[in-house]
Write a protein that binds this ligand. Structure first.
Ligand SMILES: CC(C)(COP(=O)(O)OP(=O)(O)OC[C@H]1O[C@@H](n2cnc3c(N)ncnc32)[C@H](O)[C@@H]1OP(=O)(O)O)[C@@H](O)C(=O)NCCC(=O)NCCSC(=O)CC(=O)O
Length: 342
C-alpha cells in the first residue's frame, strides 16, 4: 500500500516484562537444543491485552495525546488473549479512554501488527474526519498451552505489548514518517499450522499444548525439501523490492541506512534473511530480537520503537522494517526520520 502522502508516526512504544528467561532456566525436557536467542521476555502474570495497555499509555504520554482524541484503535495479536469469547480491541480502547474511537481487531497472526498499521494508514488517508489512530498489539505465550522455546521451528516467542500512534493532521510534528507498507501473502502455506488436523469444536481439543512443529512437519513432508525456502526467498525479495519502489528508493540509496529484521531464530536470520537482505540493499541489518524473542504480532511496532529508542536514524535517513506471520504474509514498512527543518 502506497500512501499518497507520508503518514506521521507520532510515537512507537513497546512494553516488555522485566523477566528475561534464559534457555537454562527451562526444565530439561523443554530446553531447546539450539536456542537461537540469549533470552526471551516472559510475562509472569500480565496478559497480552494488559501489556498492550501499558504500551499504549506510554505512547499517548509520549505524544501528549489523550485517549479521547483517537478516531481509531486497531489491535492485533497472534495467541490466546485470556478470555474465550471477547474483543480485546474494545478492552484496550476502554482502558486507554478511547471511548469515541472505532475499536477493531485485526487478525493476520504474527503479521497482524503490520496489517493493522497498514489498514490504519489507509483509513486515515481515506477519511478526512479521522486524523488520529492508535495501533496496538499484545501477546503472551504462557505455559501450559504454549511452549515458547520449543513449540515451533524458526522462532521462539517472547511476550510484549506495543503501540504506534499515527496522524494525518497537517500540523503534526512526527518522530518518523511512514512512507509505505508493502505486503505479500502466500495462502498456499496456510496448512503449515493446520497440518493434517481436522477442525475441532473447541480450542485445544486435539492437543492440550499447541504443537506448531507437528503441523509444520505434516505439511512439509508432502513437499520437496526446499519448497518453503524457495517461496520464502521469492516473497521476501518481492516485499522488499515493492516497498523500495513504492517509496521511490533504490536498495543502494545512501539515505537508506537500516533494515530491521524480524525477531526470528538466529539460524533463520543467518540462512534466509541476512543473505537476501545483503543482495537487495546496502542498508545495515538490525536485529533487536536476541534478548526478547519473537514478539507475536508486535515485531514491526517494536522495531519502530527500538529504532527511535536507540536513535539509529539521523535526520533525513530512511529504514526498512520487516515483519512476517504464518498464513503466510510478509510486510515491509519504509520510514524516515524528519529533516531538522520539518
Ligand atoms: C521452514 C522451517 C519449518 C524449517 O525449519 P528448520 O530450519 O528447523 O528445518 P528442518 O529441515 O530441520 O525441518 C524441520 C522439521 O521438518 C522436517 N521436514 C522438513 N522437510 C521435510 C520433508 N520434505 N519430508 C519430511 N520431513 C521434513 C525435518 O526433518 C525436521 O524434523 P525434526 O524436527 O523431527 O528433525 C522453519 O524455518 C520455519 O518455520 N520458518 C518460518 C519462520 C517464520 O517466518 N515464521 C513466521 C512468523 S512467526 C509465526 O510463525 C507465528 C505467527 O505468525 O503467529
Amino acid at each position: 500500500m502506497r500512501t499518497r502522502e507520508p503518514v506521521a508516526v507520532m510515537a512507537a512504544t513497546r512494553w516488555l516484562p522485566a523477566h528475561r528467561q534464559q534457555p537454562d532456566e527451562v526444565e530439561e525436557a523443554l530446553r531447546p537444543a539450539d536456542p537461537g536467542y540469549a533470552a526471551l521476555a516472559v510475562s509472569e502474570s500480565l496478559s497480552g491485552p494488559e501489556l498492550a495497555v501499558l504500551a499504549g499509555r506510554d505512547a499517548l504520554a509520549g505524544a501528549g495525546w489523550d485517549g479521547a482524541d483517537l478516531g481509531l484503535l486497531f489491535y492485533a495479536w497472534s495467541h490466546y488473549q485470556g478470555h474465550d469469547f471477547w474483543s480485546p480491541a474494545h478492552y484496550v480502547a476502554d482502558r486507554l479512554g478511547a471511548n469515541t474511537a472505532l475499536p477493531l481487531g485485526i487478525q493476520q497472526m504474527c503479521n497482524g501488527g503490520a496489517a493493522a498499521v497498514q489498514t490504519a494508514a489507509a483509513y486515515l488517508r481515506g477519511d478526512p474526519g479521522c486524523r488520529r489512530a492508535l495501533i496496538g498489539t499484545g501477546d503472551r505465550f504462557a505455559e501450559p498451552g504454549f511452549r515458547r522455546w520449543t513449540g515451533d521451528y524458526g522462532v521462539a516467542y517472547g511476550d510484549a505489548g506495543t503501540a504506534v500512534l499515527l496522524s494525518t493532521e497537517a500540523e503534526a510534528r512526527p518522530r518518523l514518517w511512514l512512507h509505505t507498507i508493502a505486503t505479500v501473502a502466500t495462502p498456499e502455506l496456510e496448512a503449515m499450522t493446520r497440518g493434517d488436523d481436522p477442525a475441532s469444536p473447541a480450542p485445544r481439543w486435539l492437543r492440550g499444548t499447541i504443537d506448531i512443529r507437528a503441523t509444520k512437519k505434516a505439511f512439509l513432508r508432502r513437499l520437496p525439501r526446499d519448497h518453503y525456502a524457495t517461496i520464502e526467498r521469492r516473497k521476501v525479495t518481492e516485499v522488499i523490492t515493492t516497498a523500495l519502489a513504492d517509496a521511490h528508493l533504490t536498495g543502494d540509496e545512501p539515505r537508506l541506512t537500516r533494515i530491521v529484521l524480524p525477531r526470528f531464530h538466529s539460524d533463520t536470520l543467518e540462512s534466509a534473511y541476512r543473505p537476501l537482505v545483503a543482495e537487495l540493499t546496502t542498508a545495515a541489518p538490525v536485529d533487536f530480537g536476541r534478548d526478547t524473542g519473537h514478539l507475536g504480532a508486535g515485531d514491526l511496532a517494536a522495531g519502530l520503537a527500538d529504532l527511535l529508542g536507540e536513535s539509529l536514524l539521523a535526520p533525513g535517513e530512511f529504514a526498512l522494517v520487516l515483519s512476517a506471520g504464518v498464513g503466510f504474509t510478509w510486510s515491509c514498512a519504509v520510514v524516515s526520520r524528519p529533516e531538522r527543518t520539518e
